[in-house]
Every structure is written in structure tokens, then in C-alpha cells.
Design a protein around this ligand. Structure first.
Ligand SMILES: C[S@@+](CC[C@H](N)C(=O)[O-])C[C@H]1O[C@@H](n2cnc3c(N)ncnc32)[C@H](O)[C@@H]1O
Length: 361
């Protein structure tokens, strides 16, 4: 994939984006939170107290009123905000802490909306005092994407897995408020369930901070399936991409601290760490057998090396997942999977999450 939580492609727009995600917050006082907005244009000032054209959206719904006095934001909250200088002072709709409430916060810079149908929808949303319906917000987001980034699609709304509250909370704790890779974590858990009757351990190639490993370990514990979970990672990020990997990645991207991964996984005695460049540590586990293998190293060579090692050691009925299979940022991983399985009986199933998997024949 890309980063463990980010989308695969960076969008190059000719205009500065009108919709900016808010990702870092600090608490000021009472209900008031602060986000720095160096990219969002001029805010209010003493000389021009109503100059900001910015709207704050919470899960696509406009908060407000804007231009609120700071004492009211602090004391009353309720979505009041103020864009002052290069700083946003804001409150959430219900007093929740924005970094931990599982919601998405954005600012919409009205002067960048330009013209066109989605701009009108976005303007209407930003100016409504009543709450727009979720369907209207979703449609506006679809229109925005279609207008500015046609290759990106939102897919279906109303998918029940977004309501998996406990999993979402775990995800947010491990991965932050960006929910992009939650669907892949959820898919991994479903694929793991397919292997509950298959003998063998679990391996992950590319563990980063251990988020997927956490979900795997937790699910196995809850299902009372005792398996070791073997994690292989350089903890120095990606190795050097080859030409087949395209131009998206650089050596050292996605470097995670091993200590952080160990801390995240400290509750699970079943986890084993194998630090080093793939495949240097594989020989130490050559006599093990596997029921589930998760390959998530983004590049061709370590994906190929992982397949060559783990496929013959995966029991019939076992599952091998390539997290990166369907991402245009990871063309080498897809080639590695397709070439490896071209002469073998297992078809590679391409999931709309971007993952590809096989069930060992
Ligand atoms: C996308 S992250 C893995 C995310 C993790 N599976 C998760 O879901 O949380 C990719 C990881 O692969 C590791 N990696 C990439 N190339 C590697 C190689 N050649 N040898 C060992 N580790 C590698 C990186 O250090 C990084 O931690």
C-alpha cells in the first residue's frame, strides 16, 4: 500500500485545494481546540474581523457560527469557531476531543471553490444552518471528487462495517484519526477467519508499527486459536525500489521504530520479531508451517522473496494476502504476485480494498 493509512496517489491540482483536512490539534482551554492553518489563506484580524472565508466541517457537516469570540468558543463550544491569523480556534459539535472522536474535520476555503456544480453544492452545504442529510453530504463529496480528482471514487455509502465501533476505536488508537486503511484491516480479519481450521502459524512481512499484527493477534486470541505471529521488518523502512516499482517510493520511506511496534503489541506473548532486510531472517524459520501470511512491503523484490519463501510453507487452505496488490503506487508488488501465481493453481483475487489474496490449493 502507500503509508499504512494514506491513499495511494498524491493529487496534483492546478489550484490550491479548497478542502483541507485537519489532522493536528492542540487543546487551548475549555471547549476550544487549535489547528494551525498556514495553507488556508488570510484569517480574521483586528483590521478585518470578517475577512476569513473559511468553513469548518465535521464529518462533512458545517460547524458554526464562524467569527465567534474566543471566550464563547472556550465556554460554550457547540461548533463555534474563529479563523484568526493563521490559526483556527474551534470547538466540536458535542465537546468531544477532535483527535480521538473518530470524526473527520476539514476546512473549506470558499474563495478557492471556483465554479461548477460541485462548488454550488459545497457552497450550499457550507451556508446551511440546518444539518444537511448524510446522503446530501456524501453526494457533495462525490461531486467534489468527480470534479477535481476523477480517478478517485468514494464507492458505496451505508456500509455496515463502518459501525464496528470496537474495531474502529482500536484502529484509531493504533493508526490515528485517518480511517483510510480501516477497510483493509477489516478485510484481513475476514480472511484470517477462513484459516481457523488450517494448521500453522501467522507471518507478516512488513509490520511497520504493528497495527495489522495487533488486529491479527487480538482476533486469534478472541477465537481461542493459539498461533505464533512472526513479524519481519527492517525497521529501517523500504529497501531500494527497482525500475519495476515506479517512482512513488524512496528507500527508507515508512520507517517505523521497532520499539513502537513492540509497545503496541506488548499484550501478546505470541508475537515474535525478526528485524532485518527480507529475506535475511527467513532461514531461521525454515522449518515452520503457516496458515496465514500477510505481505505488505510495497516493493517487487521483497514481495517476490516473501512469496518464494512462504508459499511452499503455507498449508492447504491457508491464505496469503498482498496488501499492495491493487495500488497504482505499488506496481512491482502486483507484478510479483501475478508472476508468482501465473504457473500455479491459485487465482489471485483482487479486492476493491486494494488487497490481493490467494487460498493455497
Ligand atoms: C506499509 S508498511 C507495513 C504496514 C503494516 N503491515 C500495517 O498494516 O500496519 C511497510 C513496511 O515494510 C517494511 N519493509 C519494506 N521493505 C522491506 C524489506 N526489503 N525488508 C524488510 N522490511 C521492509 C518497512 O520497514 C515498513 O515497516
Amino acid at each position: 500500500m502507500t503509508s499504512p493509512t494514506a491513499g495511494p496517489t498524491s493529487m496534483k491540482a492546478s489550484l490550491p485545494p479548497a478542502l483541507l483536512p485537519l489532522t493536528e490539534f492542540s487543546h487551548l482551554e475549555g471547549h476550544c481546540w487549535i489547528a494551525r492553518l498556514p495553507e488556508a489563506g488570510e484569517g480574521d484580524s483586528v483590521a478585518a474581523p470578517l475577512s476569513s472565508s473559511l468553513h469548518v466541517l465535521e464529518n462533512g457537516r458545517p460547524l458554526g457560527p464562524g467569527h465567534s469570540e474566543h471566550q464563547h468558543i472556550i465556554a460554550e463550544g457547540g461548533g463555534r469557531y474563529s479563523h484568526w491569523g493563521d490559526t483556527l480556534y474551534f470547538s466540536t459539535s458535542d465537546g468531544a476531543a477532535p483527535a480521538h472522536d473518530g470524526r473527520a474535520y476539514h476546512v473549506l476555503v470558499q474563495e478557492r471553490l471556483g465554479v461548477g456544480p460541485w462548488s454550488q453544492i459545497a457552497r450550499q452545504l457550507a451556508h446551511r444552518t440546518d444539518a444537511p442529510t448524510p446522503a446530501a453530504v456524501y453526494a457533495a463529496a462525490e461531486a467534489l471528487l468527480a470534479s477535481h480528482y476523477p480517478a478517485a471514487m468514494l464507492g458505496e455509502d451505508l456500509k455496515a462495517f463502518w459501525g464496528e465501533t470496537a474495531l474502529r476505536e482500536t484502529y484509531t488508537r493504533l493508526c490515528g484519526s485517518n480511517q483510510r486503511s480501516f477497510e483493509r484491516k477489516f478485510a484481513v480479519l475476514g480472511l484470517l477467519r477462513l484459516t481457523h481450521q488450517v494448521p500453522g502459524d501467522v507471518a507478516e512481512c512488513g509490520a511497520y508499527e504493528g497495527a495489522t499484527a495487533y488486529f491479527l493477534a487480538q482476533a486469534l486470541a478472541q477465537a481461542d486459536r493459539r498461533r505464533q505471529i512472526l513479524l519481519f521488518d527492517s525497521f529501517e523502512g523500504l529497501s531500494a525500489p527497482d525500475a519495476i516499482d515506479g517512482g512513488y517510493w524512496r528507500p527508507g520511506d515508512l520507517t517505523a521504530a521497532e520499539a513502537r511496534a513492540r509497545e503496541n503489541l506488548r499484550d501478546f506473548a505470541t508475537v515474535e520479531f525478526y528485524r532485518g532486510w527480507i529475506p535475511s531472517r527467513f532461514a531461521e524459520v525454515a522449518d515452520r508451517r503457516f496458515a496465514f501470511v500477510h505481505i505488505d512491503v510495497d516493493l517487487h523484490a521483497p514481495t517476490r522473496d516473501s512469496l518464494e519463501f512462504f508459499y511452499p510453507r503455507t498449508a492447504p487452505g491457508g491464505v496469503i494476502v498482498c496488501d499492495d496488490y491493487g495500488f497504482t503506487s505499488c506496481p512491482g508488488a502486483r507484478v510479483a504476485m501475478d508472476e508468482f501465481f501465473a504457473g500455479r493453481p491459485e487465482p489471485v483475487v483482487h479486492l476493491p480494498t486494494g488487497q490481493g489474496f490467494v487460498i493455497k490449493a
